[in-house]
Design a protein around this ligand. Structure first.
Ligand SMILES: Cc1cc2nc3c(=O)[nH]c(=O)nc-3n(C[C@H](O)[C@H](O)[C@H](O)COP(=O)(O)OP(=O)(O)OC[C@H]3O[C@@H](n4cnc5c(N)ncnc54)[C@H](O)[C@@H]3O)c2cc1C
Length: 428
């Protein structure tokens, strides 16, 4: 029975980079391609399903920051930063961009550091570039090939897919997370890893919208709150994130909501319920906001409160003002000079803690990524090799990390994939 040198389960960003790095490493060691077989098993009939839909079809391939900055901005948990540091240094965003450039995809950095292909290129062009890299590196891809079980017998991995069994000296599991299951990433690799003895941190949503039970503002779907603090509160605990919040037909989305969704899901899970709010004047404390109101009333008492809110440069969008007035119990035509102390306090409370409803669900399937996965403690961060099973490697979102929006997740998948591919050759 033929033994393949490396079997990679999953042909996403991580799996493809692992194959590319493994071949390059083998060639550097002057191992002829025919003497070193690399096989990717991919459930779909194409590679890179998530790359193709990433960044709204434009693919935010990476972030322009150097590795240390990228870690701090992209990965909020210290343990994840520590784990990913080696991989992000070993294969940097610059190296990724150089690789893409060599295959005809030019990219540029936006002012916020997000890197996209230049005008005229799409996410499919990025996926196509990787397909060509794979082709040139003599990697076999078994399409429409779903691995259903993995065993390790006498030091050799046996991966079953339908009627076939692939035997491998080394195995890289790069099956992704569990969100957007229609792309093929359904958590199969987590079952394989568990069966091989690894601890799996239960998958949970990240970068997901938050659906609310009460939808008092369904009429506001499409309206954005700019630079607010999005707050989730339950059982005396509170988490918040600054940024934009978007009202949708089902609840809330937008950068601040997506970014906080992992913590919201956790709070909702542990406390059983979770209330949501927005601080509409996040740069001012309640006292400073009160002082602003009072000084404006002294200067311009004949101005309506409604007008004051409309004209505040960092104030709420016009569509929200009637709601704010209603929630604060203030008639529409009240003047600043007529705002009595009780009403002023109600108004301040509403502006600093505008209610956005209660969490109904943070849908795991709808996250751009999922948190949880193979426990980082059981994987060597310098090689991506299992600390428990010889010749077993992991790469990409199957691992227990989840990055922020901004190209961080693809870069982590590329870097961990690269590192697994590099290390696997040296380990044989
Ligand atoms: C809508 C959307 C937009 C996104 N946009 C961005 C973005 O712009 N920038 C960014 O940085 N990140 C983005 N992400 C996140 C990013 O795409 C992922 O984090 C990244 O693709 C993960 O790469 P991966 O290779 O680890 O896993 P995946 O890309 O999920 O690849 C896993 C592969 O394994 C295959 N597979 C799974 N199980 C099996 C099995 N049993 N047998 C055979 N094959 C199997 C799957 O079919 C899949 O092809 C986005 C995600 C989504 C869902």
């Amino acid at each position: 029975m033929r033994i393949i040198d490396i079997v990679i389960v999953g042909g996403g960003a991580a799996g493809m980079l692992a194959a590319i790095a493994a071949r390059e490493s083998a060639r550097r060691r002057r191992i002829p391609d025919k003497d070193f077989s690399i096989v990717i098993l991919e459930r779909n009939d194409r590679t890179g399903a998530k790359i193709r839909i990433s960044g709204g079809g434009r693919c935010n391939v990476t972030h322009a920051l150097e590795p240390d900055g990228l870690l701090v901005k992209g990965f909020l948990k210290k343990g994840e930063q520590r784990f990913l540091r080696h991989a992000l240094h070993a294969f940097r965003s610059g190296e990724l961009l150089e690789l893409l450039y060599r295959y005809g995809v030019r990219c540029e950095s936006r002012p916020d550091g997000k890197v996209f292909p230049v005008e005229g290129f799409t996410a499919s062009d990025v996926a196509h570039a990787f397909e060509r890299m794979i082709e040139e590196r003599a990697v076999t891809i078994e399409y429409a090939c779903t691995a259903s079980s993995v065993e390790r017998i006498d030091g050799i991995f046996a991966v079953t897919a339908g009627e076939r069994t692939f035997r491998a000296a080394s195995l890289i599991l790069a099956t992704g997370g569990v969100s957007y299951p229609s792309t093929g990433s359904r958590g199969d690799g987590l079952l394989f890893a568990r069966r091989l003895g690894h601890t799996i941190v239960k998958p949970s949503p990240a970068l997901a919208p938050v659906l609310t039970t009460d939808k008092p503002y369904s009429g506001l779907a499409g309206v954005s709150l700019r630079s607010v603090a999005f707050i989730a509160s339950a059982g005396g605990k509170q988490v918040s994130r600054k940024g934009d919040v978007l009202f949708t037909h089902r609840g809330l989305s937008g950068p601040a909501v997506l970014s906080l969704s992992r913590e919201v899901a956790e709070l909702f899970r542990t406390e059983g319920s979770c209330r949501l709010f927005a601080d509409l004047f996040t740069d001012l404390t309640q006292d400073e906001l009160q002082e602003l109101l009072l000084s404006e009333a002294r200067r311009n008492g004949a101005k309506m409160v409604r007008k004051f809110l409309q004209q505040s440069p960092e104030g709420p969008p016009a569509a929200l003002i009637p709601l704010i007035m209603r929630l604060a119990g203030i008639p529409e035509d009240v003047l600043l000079s007529g705002l009595v102390r009780g009403s002023r306090i109600m108004l301040l409370n509403t502006l600093k803690r505008f209610p956005l409803g209660s969490v109904k669900v943070v849908p795991l399937a709808e996250g751009e990524v999922s948190a949880g996965g193979v426990s980082l403690a059981e994987v060597n961060p310098k090689t991506m090799q299992s600390r428990l099973v010889p010749a077993l490697f992991f790469a990409g979102e199957i691992l227990d990390y989840a990055g922020e929006i901004g190209g961080f997740n693809l870069q982590a998948a590329f870097s961990t994939g690269w590192m697994a591919g590099e290390s696997v050759v040296g380990s044989q």
